[in-house]
Design a protein around this ligand. Structure first.
Ligand code: K7E
Ligand code: CUA
Length: 865
């Protein structure tokens, strides 16, 4: 990466210093016009991602109050997707089709529908503490829930509701092999669903940490095997799981060891005063491997709301739970990549505290405690467990690790800074200002056991003056920081106008491998199984059972089948839609006007919608995704008829009248069109077959789609011929038109397959040839020349074969075309095209590269038929 950036810097400085090249003037002029400094241009070069180029990292960000997860790329900071998680997301049909409604319903709390979330901490599945791009977990603080997102299709597949806690914040942190997802309480409350006065806070209000058991193969949280550790009502906060030497342990902060209960309206000091009275709060240190065993014995647990709660007493007795004082009201607690250190942000303290796990373990093993809290939990000595403390500045909150051992980055909320420091030698190394009031920060894979560093992201709470104003509610500001030099370098601001994202996690792009389509035709994406309503071509039907109507529908470019659905008022209607396409990105989507149902149906997927047809009328339905040239025609009518009403007797309308001669002419015309189109298809098919397309799965899928469409023609041709024989030319024309539609779609998919195949088969371009192509495009040569085709200029394929000493000739000609205008060959060309090749002011090196590019073209000319 470094070298890549350096290269672009070199590339840019070439632009900056040379003045003979046209683009240089442009760049300097643009810099002047826009008031950009050289530093700005370098920052742009570090983040700008040209069309077609992809990012190095995925970033998954919580969507805050939107209840969603956002995905963007680094370094470009381009948003890739919003994933519907705790709240409806209309584009994906999330909350508007039956499959996703089921997921959202499993997130209802005690029967209450919840339409928002407060997502805080996303985290990946892990193996040996390293990120694995299979699953993403995210918690909802407001409505204590955890969701599972399957990264094979970026869809939410599960939501679980915490059975005993009323709000959770210290989640969703993952143990090193994804055994558990840790989710710690925030605001203490009684575990049972009953009224308990605030006066009974110490007696009945409880905190806790829920350990959600994850079944990796099923990709699901197993609620039955999950349990909660009861904790005192200390207002638990952030958490992290141990790894390496601290494997098996987990750590959770708290901020109300005072157990203060507020009451400002009664004239009592508010929560904020009472909760920060003590100099220290407690870090909870607990052993989840031990707790897992304890939870299996009913002696150690209480069953509350059908859920196992390991009591404080049992955990203490087994030596699975301890407390360590930490500077008051801390926030982040982050375990180092090797698991040896636990770094706690001070929030109200200017220090960060670095705890040494080996020291903690020694005291635990020796049973050396300084006392017990009111609940009987042993307390370890703070000084004896600390590796050290370091003053960083005002409001240290969160931490993220560097690829270099011992280096960490910490956010300072009040000072609006990121500090880079050495947590072993307790030394500050660097600081950078951010805008403004940073909460979390992230370095690439920075919370895994193998951080990559490279880039940092500051998640700023306030954006104040950074963006165009959009009213009193300002966007959030994610800032990108280049961490590859000695000094941190802030290079990009990205506004987020969706909610307040608290935290992000990042992963190298190579670790995420989502499927491009659903392999099993008729997949229910929320379960991964074949859908009960999966419908293959030819199986389309409407079934009625009492007042329940089921429609088995298919979608393929560019029609929905069926196109007419008539039901009775009061019917309950379910429509299953299967997208029969296999080609990448051929999504269809299904919506019915006025009925609040919508489904996104990607290739191979089956989705269903259900509604009560309790209003009489006519309701158009259509594909809502612009899927093809005839997408607008991809529609149908749902008509709802009232059985109790009498309707007039409508006659079928007669279509436009044409004379028999006109009809005959139209019929002949469409026959000719179909014949010509078929010839194109045959040539493409021949090319594909000759070049062995079957070896490439993606191309094979496209061809299969194409031939699928083509295969329908025989049937329709018979219908057209029969209509013709019966003298019904009008119908014959319609069927011939449908044949043409199939042919166009076949040709469309076939040509895409051909392009892909050519890409696969062509020889690798040399570096110089690639530069030559760039020079060719930049110079605007493609304005007159089209490779493989004669256009307003000659086809350049074979240009090197058309001349003697061609390389030398072309080199000279491109540099000085004027000198050749009288050359008899050129003169003939100029006459033929009525155009002269202008001087493009190319540099000799560029022309040499272009010649390399032309050689590459000739090498691959056989693919250009
Ligand atoms: Cu600091 Cu929820 Cu992690 Cu907000 S949290 S910033
Ligand atoms: Cu299918 Cu639009």
């Amino acid at each position: 990466m470094l070298s890549k950036i350096r290269k672009s810097i070199v590339f840019l400085s070439v632009f900056l210093i040379s003045s003979s090249f046209a683009a240089t003037k442009d760049l300097q002029q643009i810099m002047k016009d826009r008031g950009l400094t050289e530093r700005d241009v370098l920052a742009a070069a570090k983040t700008y991602t040209p069309t077609g180029m992809k990012d190095e990292y995925y970033v998954f960000s919580s969507g805050g109050q939107s209840g969603q997860v956002l995905v963007y790329g680094v370094p470009s900071m381009r948003i890739l997707k919003y994933i519907g998680v705790f709240t409806p997301e209309p584009w994906q049909g999330y909350g508007f089709d039956n499959e996703s409604k089921k997921i959202l319903e499993s997130g209802y709390i005690r029967g209450q529908e919840i339409k928002w979330g407060d997502t805080h901490h996303p985290n990946f599945s892990e193996k040996n503490g390293e990120y694995v791009g299979d699953y993403l977990f995210i918690n909802d603080k407001a409505n204590p829930r955890v969701a599972v997102i399957n990264l094979h299709d970026f869809e939410t597949t599960q939501i679980v509701v915490n059975p005993v806690l009323r709000s959770t914040h210290g989640g969703s942190f993952v143990t090193p092999n994804t055994e558990y997802i840790v989710d710690a309480a925030q605001y203490a409350a009684p575990f049972e669903n009953e009224w308990v006065p605030i006066e009974a806070y110490e007696e009945k209000y409880r905190g806790g940490v829920t350990l959600w058991k994850f079944d990796y193969d099923k990709g699901k949280i197993n609620e039955k095997d999950s349990f909660t550790l009861e904790l005192p009502p200390y207002m638990q906060d952030l958490s992290d799981a141990g790894k390496g030497v601290s494997m098996g342990w987990a750590f959770t902060n708290s901020f109300n060891s005072e157990m203060y209960t507020g009451g400002i309206e009664k004239g009592l000091p508010p929560f904020e005063a009472g909760m920060s009275r003590h100099d220290t709060d407690y870090m909870h240190v607990y052993n989840w491997q031990l707790l897992e065993k304890l939870a299996k014995n009913p002696k150690n647990t209480k069953i509350i709301n059908n859920h196992r709660v390991v009591t404080i007493e049992a955990a203490v007795k087994a030596g699975a739970l301890f407390l360590i004082p930490e500077p008051k009201s801390p926030h982040g607690v982050d375990v180092s990549p090797d698991g040896k250190y636990i770094v706690v942000g001070g929030k109200l303290d200017t220090h960060v505290s670095v705890y040494d796990f080996e020291k903690i373990k020694k005291l635990i093993d020796k049973k050396e405690f300084v006392g017990k809290d009111p609940f009987g939990i042993p307390i370890l000595d703070m000084k004896k467990t600390l590796h050290g403390q370091l003053e960083l500045g005002l409001g240290p909150l969160h931490n993220s690790y560097d690829k270099e051992e011992g280096i960490i980055y910490t956010s300072l909320y009040v000072d609006s800074q990121i500090v880079k420091w050495d947590y072993k030698n307790l030394k500050v190394l660097d600081r950078v200002n951010v805008h403004y009031n940073i909460g979390h920060l992230d370095t690439m894979e920075g919370k895994s056991s193998k951080p990559k560093g490279e880039y940092g992201i500051a998640l700023n709470k306030l954006s104040i003056d950074r963006f165009l104003p959009v009213g009193p509610l300002h966007p959030q500001n994610h800032q990108l920081i280049d961490l590859q030099g000695d000094k941190m370098d802030l290079i990009y601001d990205m506004p987020i106008g969706l909610g307040e994202p608290h935290d992000v996690v990042s992963i190298h792009a190579s670790k995420i491998n989502p499927s491009k389509t659903y392999d099993k035709m008729g997949t229910n994406s929320r379960t991964g199984e074949v859908h009960e309503g999966a419908t293959l071509a030819g199986q389309e039907r409407i079934e009625r059972d009492g007042n329940k109507v089921k429609v088995y529908m298919t979608a393929i470019r560019s029609h929905l089948n069926p196109e007419h659905i008539t039901v009775k008022k009061g019917d309950e209607v379910t429509i299953y839609v299967t997208n029969l396409e296999r080609a990448t990105d051929e999504t269809h989507a299904f919506g019915v006007s006025g009925l609040n149902v919508h489904a996104s149906v990607e290739p191979g997927k089956t989705s269903s919608v259900t509604f009560k047809a309790d209003q009489e009328g006519v309701f158009p339905y259509y594909c809502t995704e612009f899927c093809s040239a005839l997408h607008l025609e991809m529609m149908g009518y749902l008509t709802v008829k009232d059985d109790k009403k009498e309707y007039p007797d409508y006659k079928a309308a007669k279509v436009a009248k044409m004379s028999p001669a006109e009809l005959k002419k139209e019929y002949k015309k469409i026959l000719a069109t179909n014949k010509a189109t078929d010839a194109v298809i045959q040539s493409v098919v021949k090319f594909l077959k000759e070049k062995g397309y079957e070896k490439y799965p993606e191309i094979k899928a496209l061809v299969k789609d194409a031939l699928n469409q083509y295969g329908k023609i025989k049937e329709e041709k018979a219908k057209a011929n029969k209509a013709y024989k019966d003298g019904d030319l009008n119908t014959a024309i319609l069927w011939e038109n449908q044949i043409w539609q199939y042919m166009v779609k076949t040709a469309d998919a076939g040509l895409r397959a051909k392009n892909l195949l050519v890409k696969e088969l062509s020889t690798k371009m040399s570096k110089n040839a690639r530069k030559g192509e760039e020079a060719y495009l930049r110079g605007g040569c493609n304005g007159c020349h089209v490779i493989g085709k004669v256009s307003s200029g000659p086809d350049l394929t074979g240009a090197l074969l058309r001349h003697e000493n061609a390389e030398e000739f072309l080199y000279k000609f491109i540099l000085n075309p004027e000198e050749y205008y009288d050359n008899p060959y050129m003169d003939a060309m100029i006459k033929a095209f009525n155009l002269r090749m202008p001087n493009q002011n190319m540099k000799p090196k560029e022309v040499k590269n272009i010649i390399e590019y032309l050689k590459w073209i000739d090498e691959n000319a056989h693919l250009n038929q």
